[in-house]
Design a protein around this ligand. Structure first.
Ligand code: GDP
Length: 413
């Protein structure tokens, strides 16, 4: 089985409590599921024996990792706890993800917890997209939040969309859609159809000037990254969309800026652009440095590239217990993890049984025979492993850079 590692996105949706992380995650999963797989075709692997009550409560949203597909990409959303008490847990999840979507409330803006998580993401060099949510609410203020991201977080927001409403800067219940600054058009999302219907129209006259200003800022920030493109901009006053997208991706992955989108996820406004931005701008496992560890006995540094021909190495980042079994969530860094195999836990010296592999989706779980480098999978079988443990091939052992987290609360706020 040949997998395209460049089409994997391991992301976290990061937010201050109440900013709308759950709503945004649910909407993304719903939207990707509905639009990408219309009719929800059962591929024969889907297990539908979920407790109906459980399914209704959308329990899989609370799964440590949940997968969906968008365009040609397979997106794994890793749960990042929003509460400051779980800072150690946030760090663990930041370690296994390659990129993040940081959700802010347009009303409350940047809060203490957002600062904590932002700094942790800085620490782990996690490329990010920002999403300013709740623009439909009275008191929403787009520009204030953009300013706070710059001033309080020392972020470099690259504004890709602005709200259309009673005024593009300060919005209230007049909020109806967004201006897509890449294509310079207005985009309206129909709430009744759960965002399935999207209309693209010319920018309304009331926000043309603001859109033009933001467009210049966008193009100038991006053109700086490439001399040849800058020359084109100098001559023509614009940059072709393909160059713009390529440079936004480069600048995002290298941490030079954070693309910023906006909307109201409750009404599906701006949700599809989040999915597109995840695919277009956030890194795949091939775009991040290979994982390092050490040989458990020889102590020398070992490196594992995200490649299926390398020996298998994976990190257990969460153990979730349900009524049936314990599910070990593993990020596969290299090689291939097969069901019905045994893998070494170099900390305990035990060879753990890998009896089943599961991919968790919004409304189903899919059983896999194997999982490849870069992917994230739920494993049933191990008995004595814990969060933070490495699993690897017994004859090629590696202890992944062991980060020990104090179980006490670290507050950076
Ligand atoms: P979390 O704590 O970050 O997971 O936030 P939730 O997703 O649970 O949202 C917190 C509250 O904000 C809930 O009552 C949501 O219905 C509401 N909410 C989320 N997104 C929006 C939005 O875009 N507009 C409005 N008006 N309310 C929202």
């Amino acid at each position: 089985m040949i997998r395209d590692i460049s089409s994997i996105r391991n992301i976290g949706i990061i937010a201050h409590i109440d900013a709308g992380k759950t709503t945004t995650t649910e909407r993304i999963l719903f939207y990707a599921g509905e639009i990408h797989n219309p009719g929800n075709v059962d591929d024969g692997n889907t297990v539908t024996d979920f407790d109906p009550e459980e399914a209704q409560r959308g329990i899989t949203i609370y799964s440590a990792a949940i997968s969906c597909s968008w365009r040609d990409c397979s997106i794994n959303i890793i749960d990042t706890p929003g509460h400051v008490d779980f800072t150690a847990e946030v760090q663990r999840s930041l370690r296994v993800l390659d990129g993040g979507v940081v959700v802010f409330s347009a009303v409350e803006g940047v809060e203490a917890q957002s600062e904590t998580v932002w700094r942790q993401a800085d620490g782990f060099k996690v490329p990010r997209i920002c999403f300013i949510n709740k623009l439909d609410r009275i008191g929403a203020n787009f520009e204030r939040v953009v300013g706070q991201i710059t001033e309080r977080l020392q972020g470099v927001p690259l504004v890709l969309s602005i709200p259309i409403g009673s005024g593009p800067a300060t919005n209230s219940d007049g909020f109806t859609g967004i201006v897509d600054l890449l294509r310079m058009e207005a985009v309206y999302f129909d709430k009744e159809s759960k965002g399935r219907e999207i209309r693209r129209e010319p920018i309304p006259a009331s926000c043309q000037d603001v859109a033009d200003d933001y467009r210049v800022q966008l193009i100038e920030s991006v053109a700086m990254l490439d001399e040849a493109v800058f020359a084109v901009y100098d001559e023509t006053g614009d940059i072709p969309l393909a160059d713009l997208n390529r440079l936004i991706r480069e600048g995002t992955i290298t941490g030079q800026f954070q693309p910023l989108l906006c909307g109201a996820s409750l009404d599906y406004i701006g949700v599809q652009p989040i999915l597109d931005a995840v695919v277009d701008y956030l890194p795949s496992p091939l775009d991040v440095p290979p994982v390092e560890g050490r040989h458990p006995k020889k102590e020398n540094i070992e490196v594992r590239k995200p490649n299926e021909n390398e020996p298998f190495a994976g990190l257990v980042f969460k153990v979730q217990v349900d009524e049936h079994s314990e599910l070990y969530f593993v990020r596969v860094y290299s090689g291939v993890l097969k069901s019905r195999s045994r893998m070494l836990n170099p900390r305990t010296g035990e060879k753990e049984l890998i009896s089943q592999l599961w991919k968790m989706q919004a409304d189903s779980r899919v059983k896999l025979d194997e999982a490849g480098a870069g992917d994230i999978v739920g494993v049933v079988g191990p008995k004595s492993s814990v969060t933070g443990d490495t699993l690897c091939e017994a004859n090629q052992p590696i202890l992944l850079e062991s980060i020990t987290f104090p179980e006490t609360v670290i507050s950076m706020a």
